[in-house]
Design a protein around this ligand. Structure first.
Ligand SMILES: [Zn+2]
Length: 183
């Protein structure tokens, strides 16, 4: 029981670190998703979503954190590491987690659209191909993780609405303005 409690406390502690990374994404006008890689209760890799800044669809928080942990560890093998991420990983990030051999994945909010970790068929395919499946824990600080993402999209929608109003006023091309909002 004591061990379970300390694992819960540990998970909350490191999810708060992942949320700190997500806040950096927020501050950089990126969808606020953050991740950390933890080994022996120490953060060895960090990342936040940078797809807009890098103009790269693969620049998710998880892939950046995995890359930074590998650089720190001096190895692509992250056998005993845990990935903490504020949103359920997508198919690509699940693949990166399997390739890097992370032991455990802990995520905050679920992603019903792109989330791959809780999809049964992905697990079956991965277990066959990789002969393994990381331990998965979801829902850690889910509300905080979701709230940050929702408040980001609220700002984006508000901004798109304001752009549309000013475009309509100027008889501009509002469809173009909406497209420029990017989300
Ligand atoms: Zn991803």
């Amino acid at each position: 029981m004591e061990n379970q409690l300390s694992e819960l406390e540990n998970d909350a502690f490191f999810m708060a670190e992942a949320l700190r990374e997500a806040q950096h994404a927020f501050d950089n006008e990126e969808v606020p998703i953050g991740a950390v890689i933890v080994l022996d209760s120490k953060v060895i890799g960090r990342g936040f979503n940078m797809i807009e800044k890098r103009a790269d669809a693969t620049a998710h928080a998880e892939t950046i954190a995995i890359g930074s942990a590998a650089a720190e560890a001096g190895s692509w093998r992250l056998h005993d590491c845990t990935l903490y991420v504020t949103l359920e990983p997508c198919m690509m990030c699940l693949g990166a987690s399997l390739q890097s051999r992370v032991k455990r994945i802990v995520f905050g909010a679920s992603d019903s659209r792109f989330g791959a970790v809780t999809t049964r068929s992905h697990r079956e395919i991965s277990e066959e191909a990789y002969r393994r499946w990381p331990e998965v824990t979801g829902g850690v600080m889910a509300n905080e993780c979701r709230d940050l993402i929702q408040s980001f999209f609220k700002i984006i929608r508000q901004r798109a609405k304001e752009n549309k109003i000013s475009a309509d006023k100027n008889n501009g091309d509002s469809a173009q303005q909406d497209a420029n909002a990017g989300l």
